[in-house]
Design a protein around this ligand. Structure first.
Ligand SMILES: [Zn+2]
Length: 429
């Protein structure tokens, strides 16, 4: 007796693949499935199993084709699962078997042509009870956490899962209350869980609280597509992930008409309910995430940092130059600093780098607040105060553009970068 058992490759529990068709030695191609397939086939039961009496099989090489009920050879994209309200879509698998003189399977392996589509463990030591444990790769696993959109898609949000396997993220999106549209695994394979036409729970979709914020917009889940990348908070992405992510985002940008500067990270937009950027997801996608790889793709993705116009005068650069005239390096601006201001009707000097500096008339903090807001970061009104809300925006800007996570201060280099990003992109809506 030979039992062929089909399960989901990416879920640890028994996620059986029912109603799949199995073809022995087909005389015609069966995958992708043709409409009028002339080949005889067997169908897996609700446990994902088919049992064969292989006593009549002649010794030698045999082929077993596994064709899931819902399957395609297309890559995962905006088209995946459109028009079919199904729970799972899997890839098909071709298996090569050797049958020995005792009418038993002596060896079984996945054929090289479908290597990416699944795995096989052959338990064939016993001649009487033989099991082929087949795991099929899903390309669509429907999440119950999908919502009717209230806005046209005009944003893409990049995430990192925080775990090192895709299974925990899939479980979260099946029963944990949150979801994203796409998951990119460490090997570059993509799984889709929510249709583009629906909103997913990846970027705070509450309308009444300021829990996600970009430019003047909040409630960003309603207008965005969320893409998760599998990785711990300390891991960077693999080359395969960057390649798949880039291809997927370019496809989504083209199809939905999302401009490159509207592709942002979760850490750029997650706010705490009062509009302050939240450190809860500062590691999503994290300081190791190499935005430069996406920026330099063709077409480019994400906020550009070069290519702005001539720019004109840069009052903040002038400010840093002017206060370093004494020869010592200019101080970095820090929380608690402020521009020169009127107090009780009298002019008071500005505070820069933690100390009052007289004779500065420029207002660098107000400029930086304005530029951060024009890029999209949530900083509140440009009041010339390096307040806690501005500090958060600075920290999250640096995670994105400088690959660091521990600084709320602005030196001349960071200031120049803020200015460059502001010049290189359209003003945030
Ligand atoms: Zn995230």
């Amino acid at each position: 007796m030979l039992i062929v058992r089909l399960r989901n490759l990416l879920l640890n529990w028994t996620d059986s693949v029912a109603e799949a068709r199995l073809y022995w030695n087909p005389v015609w191609r069966v995958y992708p499935p043709a409409k009028d397939d002339p080949n005889p086939y067997d169908t897996t039961n609700s446990n994902g199993e088919v049992q064969y009496d292989i006593a009549g099989f002649p010794p030698g090489e045999h082929t077993l084709w596994i064709v899931p009920k819902y399957t395609t050879t297309d890559p995962v994209g905006y088209w995946t699962a459109i028009g079919a309200d199904v729970a799972r879509i899997y890839r098909g698998l071709r298996i090569q078997l050797s049958i020995g003189n005792q009418n038993n399977v002596t060896d079984a392996r996945v054929h090289s042509s479908t290597m990416d589509n699944g795995t096989l463990v052959a338990h064939v030591a016993s001649v009487k009870e033989q099991v082929l444990d087949v795991r099929l790769r899903p390309m669509w696993i429907k999440s119950p956490y999908n919502y009717g959109r209230t806005q046209k898609i005009d944003m893409i949000v990049v995430h990192k899962t925080g775990g090192d396997t895709i299974g925990s993220a899939i479980n979260q999106f099946l029963s944990g209350g949150t979801s994203a549209h796409y998951l990119v695994d460490r090997d570059g394979q993509v799984v889709k869980m929510v249709l583009d036409s629906q909103a997913a729970g990846h970027a705070s979709h509450e309308n009444d609280q300021d829990q996600s914020h970009w430019g003047t917009q909040t409630g960003l889940a309603w207008r965005s597509i969320g893409i998760e990348n599998v990785g711990t908070t300390k891991q960077g992405l693999t080359d395969a992930q960057y390649q798949s992510l880039t291809r997927l985002i370019q496809e989504l940008m083209r199809y939905h008409g999302v401009p490159r500067h509207r592709v942002v990270g979760h850490s750029d937009i997650l706010t705490d309910g009062q509009g302050h950027l939240s450190d809860q997801r500062i590691a999503c996608p994290g300081y190791q995430f190499e935005w430069s790889r996406l920026e330099n793709a063709n077409p480019g993705i994400g906020l550009a940092r070069t290519g702005g116009g001539a720019g004109g005068a840069d009052p903040v650069a002038e400010f840093f130059k002017s206060i370093s005239l004494g020869g010592s390096p200019p101080p970095a601006l820090r929380p608690g600093d402020h521009d020169p201001r009127m107090v009780g009707g009298k002019p008071r000097p500005g505070r820069f780098g933690g100390r009052e500096i007289k004779d500065v008339t420029e207002t660098p903090i107000k400029h930086l607040q304005t530029w951060l807001a024009e890029i999209g970061y949530s900083v509140g009104p440009a009041d010339g105060q390096f307040n806690p809300r501005m500090a958060r925006a600075v920290r999250h800007f640096q995670v994105h553009f400088e690959g660091r996570s521990d600084s709320d201060t602005i030196n001349a280099r960071t200031a120049a970068l803020i200015r460059a990003v502001r010049d290189a992109n359209p003003k945030a809506d």
